[in-house]
Design a protein around this ligand. Sequence first.
Ligand SMILES: Cc1cc2nc3c(=O)[nH]c(=O)nc-3n(C[C@H](O)[C@H](O)[C@H](O)COP(=O)(O)O)c2cc1C
Length: 338
Amino acid sequence: MSLIRNILKKILPSAVKQALVDLLSLMKSPLYHWRDGRRYAKYSGMIHHENDQVKLIARITMTYHGIEKGLTMPEMRPGFGMEAMNTLITLCDEYLRREYDATHCQFLHAVGVVEEYRKVHEEKGFTIAQPLLNKIVELTGKVRDVQRAEQIESGAAEYFKETSTPFDNFSGSRHSIRNFSDAEVEVESIKKAISLARNAPSSCNRQSPRAYIIQDKELIGKVLSLQNGNRGFGHLANKLVVVTAEQGVYNSIKERHSAWIDGGMFAMNLLYALHFHRIGACTLNCYFSPSAEDRVRALCGIPRSEVLVVIIALGAVPEKFRIPLSKRLSVDEIMRIR
Ligand SMILES: Cc1cc2nc3c(=O)[nH]c(=O)nc-3n(C[C@H](O)[C@H](O)[C@H](O)COP(=O)(O)O)c2cc1C
């Protein structure tokens, strides 16, 4: 086989050799994508919903996070999220029924959020419908030492007080902000943050990430109307930064995820850079259907060669606001030593 390859290498003109290599890459591409797709279908919760502890915890986390967000909205609507609360309690009951680890920090936090929902409504004098209240009392009664998941109260001065302190303090002080004041964030300040974000590493220094600043209010509204995670606060965003990554800089099929990796690393650096420049920010997903993605591309003038990574909603931070706790997994839960 290698003899034939060597002979072919010697006798074929280089253009034909390149055409053969390209053809081979084209043939390999569906195989790589098939493997990706098959693994995702098999192990994600797309088809096999909550059939193991990892997926159930993830669903519980997603659901409690929606309630945490609701509790910290600029204008919290008493009685919000009844359906989500019912779902969360059902998921937590299922978790207990399957006898998974009842000391898991995300499970305990979920129960803490359920309790916080009850307390906040009680303090506001809002009567929660009796069937839901019964379920809350029943669930919290089953779990020992429920810690109420009180959301963080902050203000502009407090929120930015660690921006020039050592990295551990700085990093711990950044949070997603879903409440913005009317004050204008200058494009120049965002440009400074984008400049700082360029310090992010990238594969072979090819620097695929691109950042589109959206400042036109009508355009912001149109883009956000296509995005599914900004209800209750998106209308307050002063500007958006759409982070994309140019696929033209990559070559091999093995690099097919690189645009999202380099783009994601850039996006994280941009979040820190915005925090450093005292700009409040919230990452928004780009989980668009093909038609919605086409609309976003057309609205923002994003070429097809770039992939959409995330949208960052940003604005000046108000005098008083609340931040979801967004409880993290413990280091022992994520670290493996081999
Ligand atoms: C890829 C990605 C997509 C996200 N999408 C949304 C979104 O659509 N809406 C939202 O309110 N928050 C969104 N977030 C923010 C997360 O909820 C937030 O980062 C997480 O809860 C941790 O909180 P923290 O940023 O305050 O540390 C997103 C974050 C990431 C990384």
